[in-house]
Design a protein around this ligand. Sequence first.
Ligand SMILES: NC(=O)c1ccc[n+]([C@@H]2O[C@H](COP(=O)([O-])OP(=O)(O)OC[C@H]3O[C@@H](n4cnc5c(N)ncnc54)[C@H](O)[C@@H]3O)[C@@H](O)[C@H]2O)c1
Length: 396
Amino acid sequence: MTEELVRAGRGALRFARSQMPVLDGIQREAERTRPLAGHRISGCVHLTKETGVLVELLVAAGAEVAWTGGDEVSTQDEVAEALRAAGVRVFGRRGMTTAEVEQGIDDVLKAFPAGPTIVLDNGSRMIERVVRDRSAFPELVAATEKTTEGSRRVRELDLDFPVVSVNDIVTKWEVDNTYGTGQSTIDGILRATGALLAGKRFVVAGFGHVGRGVAIRAAGLGARVIVTCRSNETAVRARLAGFEVLSPVKAAAQADFLCTATGYPDVVTGEQLDVLPSGAVLCNTGHSVTEINLTDLAARTAEVEQVRPHVARHHLRDGRYVDLLAGGGLVNLAAGEGNPSEVMDVTFANQALATLGLGAEVPAPGVHEVTAEQDEDVARRKLAAMGIRIDEEAAA
Ligand SMILES: NC(=O)c1ccc[n+]([C@@H]2O[C@H](COP(=O)([O-])OP(=O)(O)OC[C@H]3O[C@@H](n4cnc5c(N)ncnc54)[C@H](O)[C@@H]3O)[C@@H](O)[C@H]2O)c1
């Protein structure tokens, strides 16, 4: 079984790499210069085949690496097994309890007797753990963080080491959050339900980078998209983009699908649950499982029936039912494979360059943004990989 998994994982890694030319190019440069030689990296990023390619790059750059997916549902076991076979210390598996996820983060931090020198994070939980117990990690010099939510949270921490936020850049926002997650969220919903979106009322909670992408793609499949917003400014943008904007309760009362995409807890609470039409599909693509208040849902549920993988049918006490996808976790990673490899090529190119840069120079403590130069460099590398040039020579 393990051998089979290792074989499948190696195939998945090769397949992903073939669609990740930017990361592959960075790895070839790093193999020569080995900027991370002597570094120990603890990573906490959803363990997909694309993350596996990033891990291979870090190893090729000279680092010792320990990894966990940091999430209940997204670890791809075959990838984890292939990395273990290659000597990477990987903790966790698909289908963990929250307690096991937390344990995995601790295990990865303790994987090296002297602790990590660099942390790679996705949601800031590993960074927060280090800050809470700073004296246990005396050799940690820096970290990188790649999510919207994590970047926001690290700004609230009292940091005595630098964290590079690999999020607030055009190539991440547009390629990953909007177009990548927009597509993969719809993909996850369709894989889970096999439903027809055309003609359905599809509510997107949040119109940031991710919400906009989900709204665009749902509309592209013929759904009638309704957006709910917390800020007036995003509501204006959603309206000007052509979407209906309603209050959360009014929107929920019409929803055939309700998808949260905010990064904040309690976006869907009892108020909306009480008005959802029977048969509504409820899911989340924001970073954490708390966007849909599962306690409120449980309080209204008489019985839960697992009608198919990733679809828990909640028979409500008042006779209605709602289908909760992926337990309220990230629907694109749980029911699908997460973002396309080509998308993660760009995201991880940014995180890889930020991490490799730490091997050369460690900035001052505090949060640092990826530079506009790196953003432009990654865009240039991606365009080159796509065979596109924007100068006159290409037009000739
Ligand atoms: N599923 C994935 O693969 C994936 C990929 C990228 C980002 N994310 C996550 O998606 C979330 C959103 O990311 P983003 O880049 O769009 O962030 P963003 O900051 O651009 O947008 C979030 C938006 O949600 C709005 N919001 C907050 N609370 C709300 C509420 N109760 N109702 C309606 N709107 C509300 C905010 O005003 C903001 O406009 C984050 O948690 C991020 O980490 C997930």
